[in-house]
Write a protein that binds this ligand. Structure first.
Ligand SMILES: Cc1cc2nc3c(=O)[nH]c(=O)nc-3n(C[C@H](O)[C@H](O)[C@H](O)COP(=O)(O)O)c2cc1C
Length: 176
């Protein structure tokens, strides 16, 4: 049974995963096409007096197109044993493959957003894009520009207002 928890209840686990194999970023477009990709960069915290999950998505990702369409996303914390799925979702594009079908993942409509979450993931965030901005190369320090953007494809930063965080009862036992 998935229940709503405090927005920062899984802050430590979320940050640990962001430094490791990553998280699933799920999105869906207007036509209902569902997709997920792996993210390794993100920030969770407070701004404008509200809880936010910031994700950085390059325009070349299919996910970018879907978030632009829906204005919503979910972020799912993987369960132990989902490392190969994270690898697959971080190297294959939803333009070419239905990742949910290929990996036998279950998409379930969110409680507060139309975008689904992944049932096999024990914790998920539901977010609405409250602000977005394209990275301005000239405003980024030289070293980061060189290290992270040799081919351009500068991220769009999506500030996702956290509408809800939902967790399974046994979530802490199932996280990596
Ligand atoms: C561990 C890991 C972390 C990643 N983090 C990000 C990220 O934060 N932002 C991003 O744009 N791409 C990131 N990627 C790359 C995307 O997951 C990858 O390009 C994916 O195939 C895009 O899928 P899509 O075209 O279906 O959206 C990451 C990949 C891996 C393996």
């Amino acid at each position: 049974m998935r229940r709503k928890v405090d927005p920062f209840e899984y802050l430590i686990e979320t940050e640990r995963l962001l430094k490791g194999d990553g998280l699933f970023l799920v999105s869906a477009g207007k036509d209902g096409k569902v997709n997920t990709m792996t993210i390794g960069w993100g920030l969770i915290g407070t701004i404008w007096r509200k809880p936010f999950f910031l994700v950085a998505v390059r325009p070349s990702r299919f996910t970018h197109h879907l978030i632009e369409e829906s204005g919503e996303f979910t972020v799912c914390l993987p369960a132990r044993g989902m490392e190969q799925a994270l690898e697959f979702c971080g190297t294959r594009s939803g333009r070419d493959v239905d990742k949910f079908r290929a990996l036998n993942l279950t998409a379930v409509k969110g409680f507060e957003v139309a975008v689904p979450y992944i049932a096999e993931c024990p914790v998920h965030y539901e977010c609405r894009v409250a602000y977005k901005t394209d990275l301005k190369p000239e405003a980024l320090e030289e070293e980061l520009r060189r290290d992270c953007y040799p081919a351009g494809d500068y991220h769009t930063l999506y500030f996702g207002l956290i509408l809800g965080v939902y967790a399974e009862e046994d979530a802490r036992d199932r996280l990596p």
